[in-house]
Design a protein around this ligand. Structure first.
Ligand code: F6P
Length: 496
């Protein structure tokens, strides 16, 4: 005997052939109406307009959040303090296009960057590598983020120094992991007898701090700027996304931007009731208010999107993982914990907890209608992949009764189904922009500034005296204002 079906009315919404099915959210018609009404009352429509108009919605840093200008292919003027930013954006596009045609005989690209300077391009390179028919220049794209030299050593063991290009990608150009890894790669080029001019030829920077890049020794022509009005985790649309253009061509990069632009236009213009990012945000808000959910999962049933949850973790948790609102007052709710990985692998990992654990964890199931390879088995495998995705959502929603309590599924576990018609550069761009706009919407609804990240900084500051103590090799470090007794003991143990 099965439990009562768990579904809600008017579940289907779509934009640019991306379909969002909220049937398994279990939200009634009147609850949806209330959600839209309170979103409207909170001024969400004005927030969206302000965001695209370049108002200083990043209030703590007194800046706009205008990553949408980076995918504004129509080049409609976007004004900051009365000046149109589009000519500068267009100039970078022109230079990216030119660079794609310039590189000949390059075997390896080492992209050095971390956080927002890493996840986006890494995800795109991985995801598009799976797209049947997409042309790749076949360079080995290495992503170097971790200060742990294991990653550095692995990359350098496979790269050919004389035909390597190095992209140093850092908005601030002060991030220690990135600058130290960059110095290590330069040292490796020298060890391998690259001349000064060969090294200068190999080094490129993508940054909002052009002065620091020059001081590092990057030639001006090899510096691709972006701007302080682009948050690091929203920066893949800038020259941070260079690997996409270099590996798959400038047209593919433009397609990626075009998908995002289409979602921006939808987000900006569609009424709240038809607005995909808004509906997704409201569904999460509803589950948070109703079930006090602490986490949500995103499960792409597409191996190509295995990096997507990692990208999303930074986007959501760095943007909205805050406990005060824009006015400095405590908030009741902010970002839940985000996790996920590709299905169906994920089913064989943590789905037990999703089905029968004590926590209710809403899920976004993401599926792609077309198979992701042209192998003869592709269609048959794809049907199994999709049937797994649909079956999990159904089991979670409806549950199952049984005389044996071990076999009872409680059900009423909410989920969305987001269906992409296919996975290519256009729909990858659309998917990322959809979630970016959903994150911004959630921030607006919680009255949180989604565009700063002060919490990340303190740990970095504390690392400095600890590093100094470790480098001293002394094992009699005393507790101080900067190092407490526990950490001092740990340092002494490591140094002994
Ligand atoms: O982790 C904190 C952070 O500031 C992220 O916001 C950013 O994406 C990352 O570090 C890298 O920063 P940058 O691009 O300045 O090197």
């Amino acid at each position: 005997m099965s439990l009562q079906p768990y579904s809600s009315p008017q579940p289907l919404h779509s934009a640019i052939n991306v379909v969002l099915d909220t049937a398994y959210q279990g939200i009634s018609d009147s609850d949806w109406k209330n959600l839209f009404a309170s979103a409207r009352q909170s001024g969400l429509e004005q927030f969206i307009a302000d965001m695209f108009a370049g108002k200083h919605i990043n209030n703590s840093e007194d800046r706009p959040a205008l990553h949408s200008a980076l995918r504004n292919l129509s080049k409609t003027p976007v004004l900051i303090n009365g000046a149109d930013v589009m000519p500068a954006v267009d100039d970078v596009w022109r230079r990216i296009d030119a660079l794609c045609n310039k590189w000949v005989g390059v075997t390896d690209v080492i992209h050095i960057g971390i956080g927002g300077s890493d996840f986006g391009p890494r995800l795109a390179i991985e995801a598009l590598a799976h797209v049947p028919g997409i042309e790749s220049r076949g360079m080995r794209m290495h992503f170097l983020a971790n200060i742990d030299t294991a990653e550095l050593a692995r990359i350098l063991a496979h790269a050919q120094p004389h035909s390597t290009r190095v992209l140093i990608v850092s908005k601030s150009f002060t991030t220690l992991e990135t600058t130290m890894n960059a110095k290590a790669v330069v040292a490796w080029l020298k060890e391998n007898d690259c001349t000064k001019s060969q090294i200068a030829h190999a080094l490129y920077a993508v940054t909002a701090n052009v002065t620091a890049a020059k001081e590092f020794g990057i030639e001006e022509d090899n510096i691709y700027p972006f701007w302080d009005w682009v948050g690091g985790r929203y920066s893949v649309w800038s020259a941070v996304g260079l690997p996409i253009a270099l590996q798959y061509g400038f047209e593919t990069f433009k397609q990626f931007l075009a998908g995002a632009e289409s979602i921006d236009l939808h987000f900006k213009n569609a009424p709240l009731e038809e607005n995909l990012p808004v509906i997704m945000a409201l569904a999460l808000l509803y589950q948070q208010q109703k079930h006090d959910i602490k986490a949500y999962a995103v499960i792409p049933y597409a191996d190509a999107l295995d990096w997507f949850p990692k990208w999303l973790q930074q986007l959501d948790m760095e943007s909205n993982g805050k406990s005060i609102d824009r006015d400095g007052k405590p908030v009741k709710h902010s970002s839940p914990i985000v996790f996920g990985s590709a299905g169906s692998n994920a089913q064989h990992s943590y789905f037990q907890l999703l089905h029968q654990g004590t926590e209710i964890i809403p899920i976004d199931f993401i599926a792609v209608r077309e198979p992701m390879s042209d192998r003869p088995e592709a269609v048959a495998h794809h049907h199994i992949l999709l049937s797994n995705c649909l079956a999990q959502a159904q089991a979670l929603a409806n549950g199952k009764d049984d005389v044996n309590p071990n076999n009872v599924y409680p059900g009423k576990r909410p989920s969305n189904l987001l269906l992409l018609p296919k996975l290519n550069a256009f729909y990858l761009g659309a998917l990322l922009a959809l979630y970016e706009n959903r994150t911004a919407t959630l921030g607006a609804l919680w009255n949180i500034n989604s565009f700063d990240q002060p919490g990340v900084e303190y740990g970095k500051v504390l690392a400095k005296p600890i590093e100094k103590a470790l480098t001293s090799h002394q094992n009699n470090i005393q507790a101080s204002a900067e190092i407490d007794a526990v950490t001092a003991a740990r340092i002494n143990f490591l140094n002994s």
